[in-house]
Design a protein around this ligand. Structure first.
Ligand code: 4NP
Length: 156
């Protein structure tokens, strides 16, 4: 059975599409792609159907990573279908948990920086309103936490 992993932020144009892309990038490099199904979405639908923010795509490409996903909003079907609902910040975590109907569903919801030794359980900052530096910072935060998630999910 493939492990089904969904990364979730607010708009699904900055943080979660990058987490999806970096996760896929690393499972390909580690030859683990066949073990996972990976997607991303947002709690709001403001950017439905749009490509990821140009600044996110440009920054990631400078690091050799393409971000191809198209924004879509979280559905209740996602809560049922995915095994891991990984939220990029606590406001998103709260929204997704409110969406859940059972404790089993709520237990799927986890904070992205849960294992981050440099700042455990902190948020991935939303780079949307800031400058280029914010996108670079977010890239490194996400990149530094991807392998620990891959290892953790494989152990579950
Ligand atoms: P994201 O950033 O949640 O990392 O995709 C945002 C982008 C757009 C909006 C909010 C957050 N927005 O409300 O338009």
């Amino acid at each position: 059975m493939k492990k089904r992993v969904l990364f979730i932020c607010l708009g699904n144009i900055c943080r979660s599409p990058l987490a999806e892309a970096l996760f896929i990038h690393r499972i390909k490099e580690r030859d683990l792609e066949h073990l996972f199904e990976v997607d991303s979405c947002g709690t709001n639908g403001f950017h439905n159907g749009e490509r990821a923010d140009e600044r996110t795509r440009k920054n990631a490409l400078q690091h050799g990573v393409e971000v191809p996903s198209i924004s879509r909003q979280l559905t209740f079907g996602d809560v049922l279908d995915f095994d891991f609902l990984i939220t990029m910040a606590s406001d998103v975590q709260f929204q997704v948990q409110r969406f859940c109907e059972t404790d089993d569903q709520k237990n799927k919801v986890q904070l992205f920086r849960k294992f981050d030794v440099s700042a455990p359980n902190s948020n991935v900052p939303d780079p949307w309103y800031g400058g280029e530096d914010g996108f670079e910072e977010v890239f490194h935060i996400i990149k530094n936490n991807i392998d620990v998630w891959i290892d953790h999910i494989l152990e579950e």
